[in-house]
Design a protein around this ligand. Sequence first.
Ligand code: GSH
Length: 208
Amino acid sequence: MAEYQLYGFGESGNSYKVALMLTLCGCDWELVPVDFFKGETREAAFRASVNPLGEAPVLVHGDVRLRQSGVILDYLAERTGRFGARNEAERREILSWMFFDNHKFTGYYATLRFLRGLQGTENDVTAFLRSRTLSAWHIVEKHLTGQHFMIGDRPTIADLSMCGYVYYTEETGIPPATFPAIRRWADRIAALPGWKPPYDLMPRAMPA
Ligand SMILES: N[C@@H](CCC(=O)N[C@@H](CS)C(=O)NCC(=O)O)C(=O)O
């Protein structure tokens, strides 16, 4: 058995955040596939034995079982000494971006991408999500104009959290060309030694 078990699935950018961190850090990990599209996260057994929040990702490390990608990234940064904060002020800055990511940058985009990109839905809800996504992405675009990573000149878990969905290519109505600084930032992360795209790390769960 590998040192770390990651419950997740290929389409899950939140799982990809963790899979990417484990991979970049050279950790010994294995995927425990979650059958999301068949409703596994909504089953009582999953909530009782894997995650009471009914979500992927979950990381198991020996006796430690963690949920929420941000918490998992923080744990791994501490364990591996990679991509963490150099001081208290930086730690708060990282947390601030990770909360913003979970609520808005990933939060709105992931929901839009699920509805529009994976289910082909287009309605008032997707229009609302697109406008909220654009607002969050413009904030990040401005922040990344003139600096290489979210916290200055070196990648941290804030970047690994925020990049979770930017490598998926499903159509969402968010034109990448509108966000050149975000694209350049995504390319910088993709240039880190060992980087792999989502479906190279975890297979798709969605039936073809
Ligand atoms: N903030 C959470 C979000 C996790 C999340 O929403 N995961 C999705 C898959 S990408 C999920 O399992 N959703 C199930 C549901 O909400 O019912 C994290 O970062 O881990």
